[in-house]
Each structure stands twice: as C-alpha cells, then as structure tokens.
Design a binder for this molecule. Structure first.
Ligand SMILES: Cc1ncc(COP(=O)(O)O)c(C=O)c1O
Length: 448
C-alpha cells in the first residue's frame, strides 16, 4: 500500500492530491525506478475513492514521465532521484531577493537614469488607472502600434522635432534598441558604421545580428562610408561626447550615405534636454528617404516603460512592418495605453520641463567641480557630461567614487578604436546631495 493520505475537505481535487503525493514519494526516493505501483483498481479500493481518481493521477504522472504503464504488467516508476539529474533545487540554493542595494554601492551616476519628479506621481498613477479600466484590443492589433498613440506621437514629433508625419508612418517599438533590432534584418548584407565612442547597446545589437561594426569617428566630418550599409549616429547630442553634429557634417554624412546607398540611423534619444537653446531639429527632416529615425521614452518618461518609435523610408517601413506582423513583434499594449494618457494629459511636457530645469541646474555644478581637472568634451546638455582625462586619472577618480558608494562610467568603456579616455558623469538619477558627495570624491582623487 502506498503511504498517501487524501484530504476530502481540501479544495485541491483528489486526483491532483494523489499525483502530488506520488510525485513527492519518487522525489524523496521512497519510490525508485522500476518499482511497481498498485493497480489503479487496488489503489482506489485502498483509498476508498473511485477508480477514476487513481486513473487520472496515474495518467497525469505518466504524461509527466514519472510513471510508465507496461501493457499487461502494471504501472512502474520510470524516473527517480538516483536515475535523473534533473532534481528540484535544494531550498538553500534558491537565489534570494536582495532587500537592499549591494553594500558599498548606493547610486549610479550613469547616462541612462533620468530624473523623475515625484510631484508628477498623481498624473502617473492616473495613467495606469486608465489602463486598468480600458479594454485591450482583442487580437494582436495593429503592428504599427496603438493608433491614438501614433496620432499623439505624430503631433508631438511635429511640435518638438520639426517632423511632419502621418501617424501611419510611425511604428511604435519597445525602445531604441528594439527599433534597431527591427531594422537590421531588413538592410542588405554588409557592415554597419557606429559612432566611436558610441552607444554600447547599439554596437552590441549590430554584432548580435551577425554584422560587422565599423568605427565611425564621433566628432569628425564623415565623407565616406566605405561598404557600410548604415551609419548609426546621435546627431542632436553625440553619445557620449555631447557634441551637436554641425549642419555641414549632417549634409556630408547624408551625401556619403547616398553615394554608398546606405541609410543613416538617427538615434534621437535626449534631444529635448537642451537648456541653452531650443532643441536642434531632427536630422530626418533633411532627407526622409535616407534616414531611419529612432525615438525613445527612456529619457523623457522612464527606461522601464520600454517604448520607442521608429520612422523609416517607405520601402524599409513596409519590410519592417511585414516582419513585425508575422513574428508578432510589437510594444506591449499597457505601456502604449499609459503613454497615450501621459501625452494627452500634458504629463510628458511637464515631466520634460521639470527634468530640464533640474539638469540645467546640475550640469553647471558638475562643470564647476570638474573643469579645474578635466576638459569638457561637448556643450552642456542632457543628463550627463563627459570629461576628458588620462585613463589613470579617470580610473583613480572612478575608484574613489566607488569607495564612496557611487558608480561612474569610464569613457574608455564607450570607445572602441578612438582611444578617448575620461569620465562620463550622469546626474539624472541622483539627489542633489548625492551628486555633491560623488563630485567631492571625484575631485578629491583628481586633486590629490
Ligand atoms: C544613446 C542612447 N540611445 C538610446 C537609449 C535608449 O534606448 P532604449 O530606448 O532601448 O532604452 C539610450 C539609453 O540609455 C542611450 O543612451
């Protein structure tokens, strides 16, 4: 007789209880491979249940591979602890959720963490309450994304980026890198030129898609793209050097792209955060037939919303859309629906204005602290600034910041062949007090 006890008062159905207990007996080693189980009829009689209960339990365990029914002979155990390597992990090896940040690491002064104004939380919550009562599309919906969101984005991109777009020209993505992932398979075979130093995720994504990365000098005029089929650039605010690509360089790059029959991929990630002048217009304005425009909500809202938008020349647009349709790629509807409310309510405009004010105040503080020791790589804009320093000094400063509990990136980690060195100091995701402490650690090390 099997040592099992069924509880008739439990909400768990009897067959599931029985299957669970037999499974546990096998896992505990009480039952081993080759052991014969009582027949379903005999076990049902022993337990005082109908035969359907024992048959269902045996069928379930047979389907899961624990038991095997041998015709005319009975039911046997086929897997046990001694014969299988797939065992449940011991409780002690289960990963534990960290309840706090790792010790010694309090804040990241990186380029990817924007300022989030807590005074805007009520509007944020309202957006998600709206999501909770809105009816989701019943199927996969439009692969371009939610129509109302594309309408709102078209209006906003017209107003803030000088792009005159029909909503159907926009494809909502899960962010810049998702846009790049959508585009890469549609380009003809060949390498992709990526700014150096440049956005690490972009270079990585190109490599992931099996394409060679060609280093495009980030601050030089590009007159020739060689055999590259695309050039990935950040014209409004070169990442991470910060310079704005001059108009003449934009025209030269477009001309080089035309000659190479390549596309320019414009990553327009943080152009709204200029505090000295109005945002410089998007490069896509100059040649919509040559530029693939990638936008993101990562800087203006939060990176974890995982939303962005892509505008491509018509032939690429069609190819991207076709693949997104057949592969069920697309941005999650709840995020799209929430962003729609944030746009409609004017929340996004308020969030951008508020973050811009904070960055406008913090950027000069960073500059004041750093300029005695290092050279600013580009104009002050956005949520980080980049400082040129010898690598040894940059490392010393990085280590001092780390010891004080702050993580700051080395410029060399963004560079491939350019060999540029220094520090990239983000100031969006920290408090004013944290920024001061981090700067004190950095300048203390640089002044020593
Ligand atoms: C240069 C650049 N582009 C784009 C992004 C945003 O990418 P995604 O929208 O995939 O989060 C970032 C984020 O840090 C960035 O630094």
């Amino acid at each position: 007789m099997l040592p099992v006890t069924l509880d008739r008062t439990s909400a768990e159905p009897l067959p599931a209880q029985l299957a669970g207990q037999v499974r546990a007996l096998v896992l505990a080693g009480t039952l081993g491979t080759g052991d014969r189980l009582p027949s379903s009829r005999a076990l049902a009689a022993d337990l005082g249940v109908s035969r359907a209960v024992t048959e269902q339990a045996y069928d379930q365990l047979t389907a899961e591979g624990w038991l095997e029914a041998r015709r005319g002979s009975g039911t046997y155990v086929t897997a046990s602890r001694t014969t299988t390597t797939a065992t449940a992990p011991p409780v002690t090896t289960r990963p534990t959720r960290p309840t706090s940040r790792p010790t010694g690491l309090t804040s990241r002064l990186d380029t990817g963490t924007p300022f989030f104004d807590t005074r805007l939380e009520p509007g944020w919550r309202r957006a998600w309450r709206e999501v909770s009562v809105a009816a989701p599309p019943s199927g996969y919906d439009d692969p371009r994304g939610l129509l109302e969101l594309r309408e709102a984005l078209a209006a906003r991109l017209g107003r803030t980026r000088g792009l005159d777009l029909h909503p159907d020209e926009i494809i909502v993505t899960a962010g810049t890198t998702d846009g790049l992932r959508a585009l890469l398979p549609e380009l003809r075979p060949g390498p992709v030129a990526v700014e150096d130093p440049g956005y690490r995720a972009a270079a990585e994504t190109v490599l992931t898609y099996g394409r060679e990365v060609i280093d495009l000098p980030a601050v030089e005029t590009v007159g020739d793209l060689g055999d590259a089929v695309a050039a990935y650039v950040t014209p409004a605010h070169q990442h991470p050097l910060g310079r704005v690509m001059p108009a003449a360089d934009r025209l030269a790059l477009l001309e080089a792209a035309r000659r190479a029959d390549a596309v320019v991929i414009e990553d327009d990630y943080d152009s709204e955060f200029r505090y000295d002048v109005a945002p410089v217009p998007a490069m896509a304005r100059l040649d919509r037939g040559r530029v693939v425009y990638l936008g993101t909500a990562a800087k203006s809202v939060v990176p974890t919303l995982r939303l962005g938008w892509l505008v491509a020349p018509p032939d690429l647009h069609e190819l991207i859309l076709h693949r997104r349709t057949i592969t069920h790629a697309g941005a999650a509807w709840p995020s799209q629906r929430a962003l729609l409310t944030l746009l409609r309510d004017g929340w996004l405009d308020r969030a951008v204005r508020s973050a811009r004010r904070v960055y406008a105040e913090r950027a000069p503080r960073v500059a004041e602290a750093m300029s005695p020791y290092a050279t600013l790589a580009g104009p002050l804009a956005g949520m980080y600034s980049t400082w040129l320093l010898p690598e040894t000094d940059a490392r010393r400063a990085r280590d001092a910041a780390r010891a004080a509990g702050f993580e700051i990136n080395l410029l060399s980690t963004y560079a491939r062949s350019s060999g540029l060195t220094g520090l990239v100091i983000g100031f969006g995701g920290v408090t004013d007090a944290e920024l001061d402490q981090a700067l004190a650690a950095v300048t203390g090390a640089l002044g020593a």
